[in-house]
Design a protein around this ligand. Structure first.
Ligand SMILES: *Cc1c(COP(=O)(O)O)cnc(C)c1O
Length: 402
């Protein structure tokens, strides 16, 4: 098995077909670049859905991983380990949180938060047993578990997978009146992405989240922000909530928490929400393991100490301005904050997929999302020269392909 076509054919034959990747087989990555099996270099404009914010194979995270792997990798939470406390301290300090629940995947963090806020609702808010409601939003994306797809509004994500858990109420994203009307005395939480990533980098109207924060406080509702994609520097701030000048009660992080080396996620809480979980009521074999903790500590450290968050803000606005300067009838709108960007194409432009194919031929890997949007999310270590290089290719593709 040597060439790209063979790898793809074998995947096709043996693997479940739950993804339809671009026809590129990657074998190496460093910083903003990845290389395919034929040695062709690409600028990565997806960053594994923002899991490699720190750049591919960051040497300091790599070193932390190897050093820890030599000592001990997994203890289970039946015993303490000497990495977990340091991880708690680091993440609590950097995000202003008081309690931390370590998990592995993003979807697990979401599920864990849902469990905790329901219990909080019964024990602290006095909601009647099994009546807890959580408000969620149209076009949400919170992962792929049964619990989570049950409140998705995407027919592809949920179709055929029922029956689903009750207790969720979906309202229109960005509509504060709809949100206010959905509140009942059984509402224990609201779960929202501060910027909807999978939906195509959708930023809510100015003041929307601030008003939601106020309503949550007024009605004693836990505000859960899913920052699994928008967090950890992606938008030019540590957390996207900072753009809105609000603080969530519960924040979910994942993806870049390990810089792409390992699945690490966490529920961060600054209220008594996580305090409701007693021994035995929740857990994870791998959650909080020493290897994950050592990797996450290094991933957080380089994000801050190497100025990646500031770079995200600076290169993000430069990239966005450059995209806005491209004169093309194919483009409907440029959206984004920091390096969480999207080009929305006109409906008659023929779909984002062919633009992503053309970008791939020119050495840029980007992913279409929701048919008409090209998502642009390079690692946060991208330089201005690399942005210029990318803009030339976007200019070419957006003006010549239409
Ligand atoms: C990716 C993502 C998730 C799910 O994370 P997994 O690690 O794939 O389970 C949840 N919420 C948001 C906003 C995401 O972008």
């Amino acid at each position: 098995m040597a060439n790209a076509a063979d790898f793809i054919a074998t995947e096709q034959r043996l693997g479940a077909h739950n993804y339809k990747p671009l026809d590129v087989v990657l074998s190496r990555g460093e910083g903003v670049h990845v290389w395919d099996v034929d040695g062709k270099q690409y600028l990565d404009c997806l960053s594994a859905y923002s899991a490699v914010n720190q750049g591919h194979c960051h040497p300091k995270i790599f070193e932390a991983m190897v050093e820890q792997a030599k000592r001990i990798t997994l203890t289970s939470r039946a015993f303490h380990n000497d990495q977990l406390a340091g991880f708690y301290e680091d993440i609590a300090r950097l995000t202003g949180s008081h309690k931390v629940l370590p998990m592995n995947s993003g979807a697990e963090a979401v599920e864990s938060a849902i469990k905790a806020v329901r219990k909080w609702g019964y024990e602290q808010k006095g909601v009647e047993e099994n009546q807890a409601e959580i408000i969620v939003f149209s076009n949400n994306f919170h992962g792929r578990t049964i619990g989570v797809v049950g409140f998705s509004t995407d027919p592809v994500a949920r179709g055929g997978f029922g029956p689903f858990a009750p207790g969720f109420r979906v309202v229109k994203f960005g509509d504060i009146t709809a949100f206010e009307q959905a509140i009942t005395r059984n509402t224990v939480a609201v779960l929202i992405e501060p910027i909807q990533g999978e939906a195509g980098v959708i930023i809510p109207p100015a003041g929307y989240l601030k008003r939601m924060r106020a309503l949550c406080t007024e009605h004693n509702i836990t505000l859960i922000l899913d920052e699994i994609q928008s967090g950890l520097g992606r938008t030019g701030k540590m957390l996207a909530e900072e753009h809105e000048e609000i603080e969530a009660d519960v924040t979910l992080v994942g993806k870049a928490l390990s810089g792409g080396f390992y699945p690490v996620s966490a529920v961060l809480s600054n209220t008594e929400v996580l305090g409701v979980l007693q021994p035995g009521q929740h857990g994870s074999t791998f959650g909080g393991n020493p290897l994950a903790c050592a990797i996450a500590r290094a991933a957080l450290d380089v994000l801050v100490s190497e100025g990646m968050i500031e770079n995200s803000a600076e290169q993000g606005s430069y990239f966005k301005a450059g995209l806005e300067d491209i004169r093309s009838n194919a483009v409907k709108e440029i959206r984004g904050r920091g390096l969480m960007l999207a080009v929305e194409l006109q409906p008659e432009a023929g779909g984002a997929k062919k633009y992503c194919e053309a970008l791939k031929d020119r050495g840029i890997l980007a992913k279409d999302t929701h048919e008409h949007s090209i998502r642009i999310a390079p690692p946060l270590v991208i330089t201005r020269d690399q942005v210029d290089w990318a803009l030339e290719r976007f200019q070419d593709v957006l003006t010549n392909l239409h």
